[in-house]
Design a protein around this ligand. Structure first.
Ligand SMILES: O=c1ccn([C@@H]2O[C@H](COP(=O)(O)OP(=O)(O)O[C@H]3O[C@H](CO)[C@@H](O)[C@H](O)[C@H]3O)[C@@H](O)[C@H]2O)c(=O)[nH]1
Length: 523
């Protein structure tokens, strides 16, 4: 959660507040930002506030996510952006530790706390689901925040006693807190961490729910969401497939609440997704009620990548020619089975191109999206084809588990990016002007692929087999296409155009600056 508060709050800045309840069990990241207001993302966790130290008007913001870092970074950047426009504000970010944390969250929080005094982090109480509960991943994402509702209630009340709480900004998965903040009369905003095209789909869900029968995955035709290319049902996020599942209900409830909220802050910029932004603002996604204001204030990406480069990615890149290297990296959670890793190695070797490849251990089961935090470091000698590392030594670098992606993408030697289409990775590539090859794995990534390939035209697709396996030949073909061919050039030119659009969005009179000013004016 993030809360924004007045001047007086700044004196708290940069510290990490202690957890107020020690229940043991699962921990999740939640953020809060504070300045002249507090902005809060309502999740399980409450804003645990030091009531005596916050005065004036506040905004509280919260974010509770088990894959942590992607949502946390963009939330922090939102806090920083607010501070740039209104330096008198203090931001309070609520967080809890996550059982799926890749180990990046704590150092990141410490760094922000140390360098940005107006941002304060508050560690929320731990909550746990009942033992033996058969919650799926998405049920947990929505369900755990609900357990923190009493804490959120208490925190918002506490803040309100010493500060004029003007707004509460919640992450999508913190939807449970919507009922808390609205019951207290606090204007509540959603922070949508993906793009406007995904937001169009999401806001339209309640309409789709009312106008269709049966499960979405059984629909036989493409779905037309306003302002986006047609989407085949099986390209939607899997939790939406089964109309009778709890996860489906959570998504529908969240979409309905979002439509009733005081506004939606989206991590995108107008010139990246003009059709979707227009469709939303014209009310096409919520046809039976007024659409709340949507503020496209992005791209919100980390301002610098201070992750360490223990594996020497950057020095290796510095020894490679300009724009010659293909970077392969699949977000904070992407995993591949061993057979797929072998196939990728063959494809890369046969492409003849230079590459920097982040490899993780395969999941212990068939579940491709199992979180990497529980896995050991990969054994490259056994995972990759015999002799592969030796044969590609002069033109390839394989690193284990994690790379400083932002710095890598901004290195002059990188000329292409094979990505899982996570939205932060997408924005980072666009801002660095690096064209993509889209290899979605889970979540809304299959939809993002359609937007990136068909609408925004900054990525080439990868054809998969029915069981979503990508052959070595396909990867080889697409890498060659991206790096060598005229269709690759079209994508390269287009992504640079979008990069310039991203820069323009924050220039005086740029669309994102204007959107943020409007948001601040409304709160
Ligand atoms: O080796 C790595 C891997 C990742 N990252 C960083 O981690 C972040 C990953 O974010 P993202 O690309 O958004 O992927 P996920 O972590 O998978 O993000 C989740 O959240 C996104 C935003 O809502 C969604 O678009 C995704 O589908 C969902 O999986 C980015 O900042 C990367 O730079 C690194 O620095 N090094």
């Amino acid at each position: 959660m993030v809360g924004v508060m007045e001047d007086a709050v700044a004196c708290n800045g940069g510290r990490i507040l202690p957890n107020s309840r020690e229940d043991g069990g699962l921990w999740w990241p939640v953020m809060e930002v504070g300045l002249q207001w507090k902005v809060g993302v309502a999740m399980v966790a409450a804003l645990a506030c030091d009531s005596g130290s916050w005065n004036g008007e506040c905004v509280a913001v919260g974010d509770l996510r088990w894959d942590g870092i992607g949502h946390l970074v963009s939330m922090v950047e939102l806090g920083k952006l607010i501070l740039n426009h209104q330096p008198s504000i203090s931001i309070i970010i609520f967080f809890t530790s996550s059982p799926y944390d890749t180990g990046k969250t704590a150092p990141y929080i410490s760094r922000v706390a140390a360098t940005t005094p107006s941002i304060t982090f508050h560690n929320l109480p731990t909550v746990t689901l009942p033992p033996n509960s058969s919650y799926g991943a998405v049920d947990q994402l929505f369900g755990l925040p609900r357990l923190n509702n009493p804490d959120v209630h208490q925190a918002l009340q506490t803040i309100s006693q010493t500060s004029g709480l003007k707004a509460f900004i919640i992450d999508f998965f913190c939807d449970a807190a919507f009922e808390v903040s609205t019951s207290l009369g606090v204007p509540t905003y959603y922070f949508f961490t993906s793009g406007a095209s995904a937001l169009s789909m999401f806001l339209y869900l309640t309409t789709l729910d009312k106008t269709t029968t049966g499960s979405i995955k059984d629909l036989k035709d493409y779905i037309e969401f306003p302002g986006t290319p047609p989407i085949f049902p099986t390209d939607l996020a899997e939790p939406l497939f089964d109309r009778h599942s709890t996860a489906y209900k959570r998504f529908i409830d969240t979409a309905a609440h979002m439509a009733k909220s005081s506004g939606i802050i989206a991590n995108t910029f107008e010139s990246l997704e003009p059709r979707a932004v227009k469709a939303i603002s014209e009310g096409l996604c919520v046809p039976d009620a007024p659409t709340p204001p949507v503020y496209c204030v992005g791209p919100l990406i980390a301002s610098s990548d201070q992750a360490s480069d223990e594996q020497g990615c950057l020095s290796w890149l510095s020894s490679q020619p300009s724009k010659s290297v293909v970077f392969l990296c699949f977000g904070s959670m992407g995993l591949f089975k061993a057979e797929q890793l072998t196939e990728m190695a063959v494809g890369l070797e046969n492409s003849g191109h230079r590459f920097l490849w982040v490899v993780r251990s395969p999941p212990p089961t068939d579940d491709q999206a199992k979180h990497p935090s529980a896995l050991p470091e990969p054994n490259l000698d056994t995972l990759l084809p015999k002799g592969f590392l030796d044969r590609t030594r002069n033109r390839g670098l394989v690193v284990k588990s994690w790379a400083p992606q932002l710095a890598v993408l901004n290195h002059d030697s990188v000329g292409g990016f094979v990505t899982h289409c996570g939205w932060n990775s997408t924005l980072e590539a666009v801002c660095a002007g690096v064209p993509m090859i889209a290899w979605p794995l889970y979540g809304e990534q299959r939809m993002n692929r359609i937007f990136l390939v068909e609408e925004i035209k900054v990525a080439l697709p990868l054809d998969e087999s029915e069981d979503r396996f990508v052959s070595a030949a396909e990867l080889e073909k697409r890498v060659r296409e991206l790096m060598d061919s005229s269709s690759g050039k079209a994508v390269r030119d287009r992504v640079r155009e979008m990069r310039d659009g991203a820069r323009a969005a924050f220039q005086p009179n740029g669309s994102s600056g204007i959107a943020l000013a409007e948001f601040l004016k409304q709160t």
